[in-house]
Design a protein around this ligand. Structure first.
Ligand code: F6P
Length: 582
């Protein structure tokens, strides 16, 4: 893998950082300087305007808005790359949208995006560039980090991945005893799991090769041993290949699962030399990979400028590539690239990521919505909301600004969701009639992959009916007109004016999936940029990891339980030990 070239610091110094020592270096880097153009949102004129507009927005009546403007459904909609985004059923009018575009402009989103695409270290707390866009750049592109073009390294790894994926798919790469690999098990967590598993589920229909064969992929993430058991109990080690995926190669869940996998495999294969045929690694940390016992010849690298939650199109996508084949993976990358270009070049008014982001800011900061439901009307996307939870909440779930001062505004909402129509029979009740408005992204594909009876029309009718019902509701008068007894009227009334954004896409494919995921990546970017947080670190996950390490020996009985915690944690540890006979 990677960097043969000496990375000299020849690039123009980033406006966001004064120096380049790593965050891990012993001498701490000086605090980054937030450039003057990166204005705090509440210091903009647009924010003040939006605060005034919010009063109107909160009482907006979508029935009246649609009646007053017969073109609203097409005026508040854009279409690009086979994605039709209709945001007309949000509580916005032209003045609101103008103020939102002005907000993005005053907050310097476009300059910030340019800094990202140029490879500047916009991840200031870790002093790193943020270059997931380089992962899908064409071979002849030039994207520099510290003066060194990273694109050749990206393609070198991609080509190695392709050779590997072809060998596994074609049966050239065999297990230690000469058997064909039938199952690939990815071991990883967070960004080293959620993207690959989401993509595998989404693209299952694209996994067969020309002979109709496909390699099954499974994903072990949880430290819960039950996950390991369930994913392996019916597998034959001779036909199983593990991909140990971890950016850092130090994550306790992944390392524990990988050790367990080695023990599991060697129980049958006996010979430690078998590890070379049944384990490959994906990581940025060659030293740890080697320490673990995986030959770095079987390692696929990536770089510190790829965040975990932005890594599904790096080597972390190795299982995706084995599943859908190198051509499919190239299509997926092509989709990401299409959206990068769109994001870079389309004016904000026609720009899908900008629009989704700005509508989200409006709902979160001005209408006070605390959650967003992502509701794909496509079973293949059943892991999408789990994937987006990490993408958006780990990126923008921050409480301080880039300069460390507290945010005076709300940042990431809770992201959640399930595929329609399943969700309709579970939690939509609350979305229609609950006390907290939940903005929804409804996503569907016009063309099904499998035309089966009337299914697609029924599915899409539900998709459309929900946004209609959420927007326009049902008035008490309409309920009464149906002969409903008066006491039942409030129960059967739908207030309406529940905001939804509708994404109607042409057809699911690797390319379309790439476009959709990049759309949400850039949405998170625009929001983080406006909220003026660092969307690319995740310090908030560290404390729990440290405390868990301290508690492990106390649970196992290796360390005495010294009543070292608070009374609640002490009592729970004591109860656990008692029930475990320790
Ligand atoms: O703990 C959070 C996190 O660091 C995520 O950001 C990351 O995607 C995940 O853990 C897994 O990390 P790694 O790929 O280094 O094992």
């Amino acid at each position: 893998m990677a960097a043969k070239k000496t990375r000299k610091s020849t690039s123009t110094p980033s406006p966001t950082r004064p120096a380049r020592p790593s965050a891990a270096a012993s001498v701490p880097a000086p605090a980054p300087v937030v450039p003057a153009w990166h204005v705090a949102p509440d210091e903009t004129k647009a924010w003040r305007r939006l605060t005034t507009l919010a009063r109107k927005g909160r009482s907006m009546d979508l029935r009246k808005a649609f009646a007053a403007d017969r073109t609203r459904g097409t005026r508040f909609a854009v279409e690009s790359l086979g994605i039709h985004l209709d945001y007309s059923k949000n509580l916005v009018d032209a003045a609101t949208m103008d103020a939102l575009f002005a907000l993005a402009s005053e907050c310097g989103v476009a300059r910030h995006a340019k800094a990202m695409f140029r490879g500047e270290a916009i991840n200031t707390t870790e002093n790193r560039a943020v270059l997931h866009v380089a992962l899908r750049a064409p071979k002849d592109a030039v994207i520099k980090v510290d003066g060194c073009n990273v694109v050749p390294d990206v393609h070198e790894v991609l080509e190695r991945m392709e050779r590997f994926a072809n060998a596994v798919r074609g049966g050239k790469w065999r297990g230690h005893t000469g058997k064909r690999i039938r199952t690939v098990v990815n071991i990883g967590i967070g960004g080293s799991d959620l993207g690959p598993v989401m993509a595998y589920e989404a693209l299952k229909d694209f996994t067969r090769d020309s002979a109709g064969r496909s390699i099954e992929c499974r994903y072990i993430s949880n430290i819960d041993g039950e996950d390991f058991h369930e994913k392996t109990h019916d597998l034959d080690p001779e036909e199983t290949l593990f991909v140990v995926s971890s950016k850092t190669f130090t994550t306790i869940e992944t390392m524990t699962n990988a050790q367990t996998a080695r023990t599991w495999a060697l129980r049958k294969l006996k010979d430690p030399a078998a590890v070379a045929k049944h384990f490959v690694a994906v990581s940025t940390n060659a030293a740890e990979v080697s320490k673990f016992g995986i030959d770095t010849a079987n390692m696929f690298g990536f770089w510190d400028w790829v965040g975990g939650r932005y890594s599904m199109d790096s080597a972390i996508g190795l299982s995706t590539m084995v599943a859908i084949g190198p051509d499919g993976f190239r299509e997926l990358l092509g989709g990401f690239r299409d959206m990068d270009e769109h994001f870079r070049t389309a004016p904000p008014k026609k720009n899908l990521p900008y629009l989704l982001a700005l509508i989200g800011i409006w709902n979160r900061d001005f209408l006070g919505c605390e959650t967003v439901a992502v509701l794909p009307y496509c079973q293949y996307l059943h892991r999408l909301s789990a994937y987006l939870q990490q993408l958006e909440m780990e990126s923008n779930g921050k409480r301080v600004q880039l300069d460390g001062t507290p945010c005076r505004w709300q940042t990431s909402p809770v992201i959640w969701g399930e595929p329609g129509t399943n969700g309709q029979h579970a939690f939509y009740q609350m979305i229609h009639q609950g006390t907290s408005p939940v903005p929804c992204d409804l996503i569907a594909f016009a063309q099904p992959l499998h035309e089966i009876g009337e299914h697609q029309d029924i599915l899409l009718a539900n998709f459309l009916a929900q946004s209609e019902a959420l927007a326009f509701g049902k008035t008490p008068a309409e309920v009464r007109a149906e002969g409903t007894p008066e006491w039942l009227v409030p129960h059967r009334t739908f207030p309406g004016n529940r905001p939804t954004s509708t994404l109607l896409c042409e057809k699911l494919s690797p390319r379309m999936l790439g476009r959709l995921i990049a759309l949400y990546e850039h949405k998170a970017f625009v929001q983080g940029s406006i909220w003026r947080v660092n969307s690319f670190d995740q310090w908030g996950v560290e404390l729990g990891k440290v405390l868990a390490k301290r508690i492990i020996p106390e649970l196992s009985g290796k360390a005495p339980s010294k009543a070292a915690h608070d009374s609640s944690t002490n009592a729970l540890i004591a109860r656990y030990r008692a029930w475990r006979g320790r």
